[in-house]
Design a protein around this ligand. Structure first.
Ligand code: TMP
Ligand code: ASP
Length: 239
């Protein structure tokens, strides 16, 4: 599939049109940002690793009946995906308290939650992606109650699938962020990516952080951590 014109560039990915009107090519970059773009760097090989990691995870989700925008992986940095209208929402699930929730509510990072915590943030860089609830999302006018119900049910199902998938490779899924979009016929599907950029992944034995917090918090060895996640996934889930 030949790439044509770049139609969108985000912090970590680009989208291109191609020969088909209903799909686009998603290209993973090595760029990393944190704190709403204030901290910036290149992480060698990150784009290729996230492409491969997200490919494995989306294949596994498909196997378990989750509908996504993913069609196929084209090369080391590119995937073919269905064109969707992305909801301006960051959908977050937390199994263990960490990051912004630990800070906001003064809870010790690493405290397990008695049930998965479902959060929505309004994807808006100028506002700093504020935490909102379902009523706020509907009041903003970009989503219906039925679409929100689908997103919540799908997200909690994805959480259970990802927890067991990572458990098999000795990783605790602490939390993650996903995004959803709408096909022209109105079907709501998972979009974007799932990778160490968008999840907190801790080694079950050592507790070592194997995700983007290594970059956010200057812990070093960022590429090694992403490589470790890929290696472990690839060993068990090559298909
Ligand atoms: P948080 O604790 O900083 O709110 O992050 C929760 C989860 O969402 C964590 O797994 C990292 C992910 N995340 C993103 O994917 N993009 C973002 O811009 C932020 C802030 C977090
Ligand atoms: N992607 C986010 C940004 O730069 C931050 C993050 O992942 O922590 O704004």
């Amino acid at each position: 599939m030949e790439k044509k014109q770049m139609i969108y560039e985000g912090k970590a990915k680009q989208l291109y049109t191609c020969d088909r009107d209903d799909v686009y090519v998603m290209r993973f970059k090595d760029d990393a940002t944190a704190f709403n773009g204030i901290k910036k760097a290149q992480i060698t090989n990150k784009g290729a690793l996230n492409n491969q990691i997200s490919t494995i995870l989306f294949h596994q989700l498909h196997r378990h009946g989750i509908k996504t925008h993913y069609i196929e992986t084209l090369n080391d940095r590119e995937q073919l995906c269905y064109k969707v209208e992305i909801f301006p929402l960051e959908v977050i699930v937390r199994n263990i308290i960490a990051g912004s929730m630990a800070k906001r509510l003064d809870i010790e990072e690493g405290t397990p939650s008695s049930k998965p915590i479902y959060e929505l943030c309004y994807k808006n860089d100028e506002l700093g992606d504020p935490l909102i609830n379902e009523d706020h999302a509907m009041a903003l006018g970009f989503i219906t109650e039925v679409e929100l119900r689908t997103i919540k049910e799908t997200t909690l199902a994805i959480n259970q699938l990802l927890i067991s998938l990572f458990d098999r490779i000795g990783i605790t899924l602490v939390d993650f962020k996903i995004e959803f979009g709408k096909l022209p016929d109105g079907t709501v599907i998972l979009a974007d990516e799932i990778s160490p950029d968008s999840c907190r992944l801790w080694d079950k034995i050592t507790g070592k952080k194997l995700d983007k917090d290594r970059f956010r918090r200057d812990l070093g060895n960022v590429e090694d951590a992403y490589q470790e996640i890929f290696n472990r996934l690839h060993e068990v889930y090559h298909d």
